[in-house]
Design a protein around this ligand. Sequence first.
Ligand code: EPU
Length: 337
Amino acid sequence: MKLLENISLKSYNTYGMDVKARWFAELRSDEDIADFYSTISLEQLPVLILGGGSNVLFTKDFPGSIAYIRSKGIVKLMEDDRHIYLKIAAGEVWDDVVNYTVDNGWGGIENLSMIPGSIGAAPVQNIGAYGVEIKDVIWSVEVADIAARHYRAFRPADCDFGYRSSIFKKQGKDRLVVTSVCLKLDKQPVLNIDYGDIRIELEKSGIMQPTIADVRNTIMAIRRRKLPDPAVIGNAGSFFKNPIVTAEELESLTSDHPGIVAFAHNDSFKLAAAWLIEQCGWKGFREGDAGVHPHQPLVLVNYGAATGKDILHLANRIIESVNARFGVSLEPEVLVV
Ligand code: EPU
């Protein structure tokens, strides 16, 4: 493990922000992680754990240390007639793992195809798409507990999973570093194709008895159509979370704004932030190189030379206008640093 100084983060974040990290270490194993935390001094704090850099907006140079998690490996832990349990190192690329599981016919994460980022970040965010969240297939999350100086495994019930949220970004932030994730996958997959247009798209392609590979291909086609490819246009997926409101709040919003789009979410409702932003006229907006994606207004994009401050400024203008029109507060989903 080497601690490097003054490293550009441009190629380590999908917004392509050219900021510098004062210190930077590539961690390839659990030993490297332990080594890193026992080596860094007070002046090398704070620490930011970075996986794929696909959910972060850097607005300035980072004064502390970046722990860039690069551990690799997929191990079959156990298997029975129905399930297979895989232990996957935090530094594996999420979509490579999805591809691998789909190739093997193991179901559970095919709806999470093409989400950028690393395995380690997946439980932190409780990544979700097309009706599935990673919490649904997590068997355990293995972490290095920096404060207690030992390794632990968290079962899903201990992870406090919520919508794009978990213990790892709340009380566990700065204390728990995900080292690997164990997934319980289904050898006789049950498909989840009720979200949005998935079923219709499958039927349109003439697929009447879809496999998980068909579901993956369909979702990849939808994502390619709607979402910008970070390799081409800088972005971090949805910039905002869909706001959660109570039934009473929804009723009053619906009477003022009859077209409002909402989905049931546990005992509450999730408003489609994309709709709120579109109604405020932001869809396709561009100022300099900071913009709102023309197909999915939840995604703020960097067309090339926008800075993190430009994107943040745009985000704040959107938050203000949605608040002024609907009285609803949008919250960033992306980590603003
Ligand atoms: N909508 C509009 N205008 C648009 C796009 C969408 O009004 O231009 C409305 C539509 O009514 C649509 C609704 O918004 O039915 C929901 O749109 P969509 O299905 O595209 O999903 P989303 O709620 O906007 C969430 C996730 C995405 C995930 C999709 C699909 C969040 C913050 N975002 O977006 O995740 O891919 O569902 O499951 O929950 C991400 O987190 O980075 C991400 C891309």
